[in-house]
Design a protein around this ligand. Structure first.
Ligand SMILES: [Zn+2]
Length: 287
């Protein structure tokens, strides 16, 4: 008899790459809906269907309002809706009152578009750092049941330490589901993020995921499934510096984009991929 397949949690940070890159470089058209999220969402939903997997989509409020027609089909095709906040600003730069307002704005948008109240949260860029651990109290007060913002990646400064490898309960009662990280001696390799998959051969990636802890989390972004190359398409008034900055990000992101579908397919052949809500429900059953 073959051993049981290990389980990983599958998620998407549902956001509009064009809005975020344009805001990052200071372009004037950043609030406008980007041109690619519809085709990226379709590609993601089709890939998940082909692999017969369901995921949690942590939806960003401002992206959902820019593309209101894209959110309900995610639920209709069997996926869970979580919350990625509203404006995609780091939690550690906000006050508790600002963070509460951001959560409520996102939740109102998600409820209006789907009729569902999200109970899971993921911070933009995993920004619930040590300086912002008050955010867990706010999430519990606001009715959230679980969080997935802890990511022991060397790229994140001032992160919560010591990091735990498995789902665990926080003092606030909230469950925390950490992102997959492969610890090799003193190194930490963030194997849970599709943006890192381009750096690793498939067999190394799979080995890393097998050693990343129990029920660890994976995260993708819609742009990583874009069937076409990413172009920031800045407005006519953009400066040479803005174009250069955007070009650099395009190059980085297009590398991840080419690699993500094949890597996910290889992962799905060897692991059971489930949404976060399903793992949370299993914990509730004492499983
Ligand atoms: Zn994000």
């Amino acid at each position: 008899m073959s051993p049981p397949r290990p389980t990983l949690l599958l998620s998407v940070d549902f956001e509009d790459w064009h809005q975020l890159i344009r805001r990052r470089v200071g372009a004037s058209n950043w609030r406008e809906p980007g041109p690619a999220l519809a085709r990226e969402t379709e590609a993601l939903l089709d890939l998940f269907e082909r692999l017969d997997v369901r995921a949690t989509f942590f939806v960003l409020g401002m992206a959902a309002r820019a593309h209101p027609q894209l959110v309900k089909p995610i639920v209709d095709r069997g996926h869970e809706i979580g919350c990625h906040g509203d404006a995609h600003l780091p939690v550690h730069t906000q006050t508790p009152a600002e963070f509460t307002a951001d959560l409520r704005a996102a939740r109102a948008t998600i409820e209006e578009l789907t009729g569902k109240t999200p109970v899971g949260y993921r911070a933009p860029a995993f920004s619930i750092t040590r300086a912002a651990d008050w955010a867990y109290g706010v999430l519990a007060q606001e009715g959230f049941a679980y969080d997935s913002s802890q990511h022991d990646s060397p790229a994140i400064r001032d992160r919560t330490v010591p990091a735990r490898r498995a789902p665990h309960r926080l003092e606030t009662g909230l469950w925390e589901f950490p992102v997959a990280v492969w610890r090799v001696r003193s190194a930490r390799i963030p194997v849970g993020g599709a943006s890192y998959w381009q750096l690793l051969p498939t067999r190394v990636l799979l080995r890393g995921l097998r050693n990343a802890g129990s029920v660890a989390g994976l995260y993708l972004h819609p742009y990583e499934l874009d069937p076409e190359p990413l172009r920031a398409m800045l407005p006519a008034d953009a400066t040479a510096t803005q174009h250069a900055h955007a070009k650099l990000r395009e190059t980085q992101r297009n590398g991840a984009r080419r690699r993500a579908p094949g890597a996910l397919e290889a992962i799905a052949r060897r692991f059971d991929l489930i949404p976060y809500g399903e793992a949370h429900a299993r914990l509730g059953d004492g499983a």
